[in-house]
Design a protein around this ligand. Structure first.
Ligand code: ZN
Length: 168
């Protein structure tokens, strides 16, 4: 490989990106660009949203681009069956509930679950267990901050190892 061969985003590359995520209204939902750390991920193993990963394929360091990602390539459709009414008494009594509040807990199998309160009517609380971005079209502004080859171990494990990570 010649010295001036530029790294390109593809399988077995560890990629660092800065991004700003906006919704259809143009409001910033999430960003790591204001003094944040770059998102560092292993490309090609679905570590990030499929639409975002596809858009990064073939990009070079310092490349900057915008991409619009439909729900199917992001958090999926909003599923009405994941919206349910529960009794206020089934939720922690010391919690002051508000519409829009995100509740986090674990299901009976110990897996983390999250639900957004969408309505409170007397004793009835309506919870939406969809991901908050389900059904949403996402607009990303992306900068490729760095690209390197994954180590053999990272490629085998399917994830990035940080500096000083213990072997596992
Ligand atoms: Zn590992």
């Amino acid at each position: 490989m010649s010295a001036n061969t530029q790294q390109v985003v593809g399988p077995n590359k560890v990629v660092a990106v800065y991004f700003t995520l906006k919704n259809d209204a143009g409001e910033v939902v999430e960003t790591n660009r204001r003094g944040g750390k770059p998102l560092i991920y292993l490309h090609g193993v679905k570590a990030i949203l499929p639409g975002l990963e596809q858009s990064l394929e073939g990009k070079k360091k310092d490349e900057q681009f915008s991409v619009t990602i439909p729900p199917a390539l992001a958090w999926g459709d909003h599923r009405p069956e994941h919206v349910e009414k529960v009794l206020r008494s089934t939720l922690p009594a010391d919690m002051s509930l508000q519409v829009g509040m995100l509740l986090r807990g674990t299901d009976p199998n110990g897996r983390p679950v999250a639900a957004t309160i969408v309505k409170i009517e007397g004793e009835d609380v309506t919870l939406d267990r969809n991901h908050p971005l389900a059904g949403k079209t996402l607009h990303y502004d992306v900068i490729v901050a760095g690209i390197r080859d994954a180590t053999r171990e990272e490629a085998m494990h399917g994830h990035v190892h940080g500096p000083g990570d213990a072997h596992h």
